[in-house]
Design a protein around this ligand. Sequence first.
Ligand code: WTA
Length: 651
Amino acid sequence: MADSTPQSQETLSNLLHETRSFPPPADFAANANVKADAYEHAAADRLAFWEEQAGRLQWERTWDTVLDWQAPYAKWFVGGKLNASVNCVDRHVDAGNGERAAIQWEGEPGDSRTITYAELRDEVSRAANVLTELGVGKGDRVAIYMPMIPETVVAMLACARIGAVHMVVFGGFSVDALGQRLDDSQAKLVITADGGYRRGKPSSLKPAVDEAVAGRPAVENVLVVRRTGQEVDWTERDVWWHETVGGASSEHTPEAHDAEDPLFIMYTSGTTARPKGILHTTGGYLTQTSYTHWSVFDLKPETDVYWCAADIGWITGHSYIVYGPLSNGGTVVMYEGTPDTPHKGRFWEIVQKYGVTIAYMAPTAIRTFMKWGEEIPAEYDLSSLRVLGSVGEPINPEAYVWYRQNIGGGNVPVVDTWWQTETGAIMVSPLPGVTSAKPGAAMGPIPGIDADVVDDEGNPVPDGEGGFIVVREPWPAMLRGIWGDDQRYKDTYWSRFPGLYFPGDGAKKDEDGDMWLLGRVDDVMLVSGHNLSTTEVESALVSHPEVAEAAVVGAADKVTGQAIVGFVILRGGGESVPDELLQELRNHVGASLGPIAKPARILAVPELPKTRSGKIMRRLLRDIAENRDIGDTSTLTDASIMDVIAKQLPK
Ligand code: WTA
């Protein structure tokens, strides 16, 4: 039973006092792209700062106005004209870097391809010519439903080149999810592949497209890349990529587009509600992805080999596989498959093979590697790594330290980057050559971003207290709205705190004023009248040596309002655990956070339900903990996990 000693969230936060902090190595700091003065410089004149960053790009016409802000709608670099594909490809060739690898691609079965910037320019030009022949023009929407292969990048850049709006749908999504997005965006072309390799075998994509496209006459053609050679059904509207793009001219004169012309729509996968089509435009988005990729990862395009392990079907793949790295002329590693195919050392084998210097991945992956054990990465030479990044969920301090130690060799900066599909680019993060980073903290807004933690009334909280993260001033890569639904845009992001952008996440400022992200506010638990964050209780559980992963939820409780129920995955994966260990885990949380945070119940489980982008779905766990029927689980990586977990619960 939770203790009912009066205790505010504030005191609770202070109990989990993380004292570790890792300053940048001296030589790193000395050679870093960005130094400490960047913050002051940006704050002195924010618009001039972003204008300077826009200058990193090649513009056909310079803007007249940096920012036109008609709240809640922003226009950046108004009157400016540029082409995103030229910025990501042609200009590097023109600058004499055509022979540099743009993409180092590794297929799951072990096949690989190197694509230089010159080759990428030719391929993007061919694809742009084919899109035009297929009747796709400026402003038309193009759906991309692909495996992680180079053609996916080519397809996106070809759209950008001609001003068509791409809408990438994650290749693991169902026919229904694809169909819903086709309806909402009214896409006229779908680009797909016969299939891709996943977990050691070809998995098909074309049949899902066939089904989704049947009865959707808005889709005029389906352009199909041959990747696996699987049998596919064929109709009149289908066109092979190799037969069209393969033979097309590599001459293509790009047109400059308006800074505010739409670049893409990315649907956020709502777990309950209809997905939102988040709209991003060209100039501001490219400015901020380019700047953040260079500053937060300290990219040196001549020498770095950068790998982001996200799927291109998520915003992380858009901003930090495609637009950020390529606009900077970097070399990007791209991997088709899963981390355990054909063996659990696959990621580290890739780092070793390509000499990866910067790696960016999600906490869910890191916790999985922790569970598999540090002996696995220890078999590989990871000494090329010099910056590590994390994104997608709060990273538990223990997972952070494990990552830094076992992947980074204990001496590389780890940047915990907070942002969203809606923000388009990184907003809150340490800078690797400047910040003494604390494990689990995103630390503070990057230069040029005005974000803060506020209380219920929208007033900034003092150091040492918790509240909600908000963004006060518009930023270049911000969403320009929700496709076809202005009202929902205003309601979702601008109604909670008038005049402030509300991302929906809880956060706290520690005694030093550094920022800690605490997950979605919907995940906050209310125990005996006190708000507790799932993140902090989970981090306390993960700090126990036996625990690899944890998810906690607040389940309805007659006495305490909500009682904390914890689900843990033990290191080494054991399920039949002695009651004493579970008791010890409860006490461990009590000792780290205070008695009020002590879970009422803890269950050991083999897996946790996660969205396909790796976020823990606490809503489903809450359903289980409250003995409710579980609703739609189609957005889960593995729906059968829910049955397994449900069976563990005493009825
Ligand atoms: C969460 C992914 C804590 C957060 C780029 C946000 C994080 C949501 C972090 C957006 C982080 C992302 N620390 N939480 N470093 N990064 N989140 O749209 O809840 O897939 O609102 O964008 O992920 O997820 P999305």
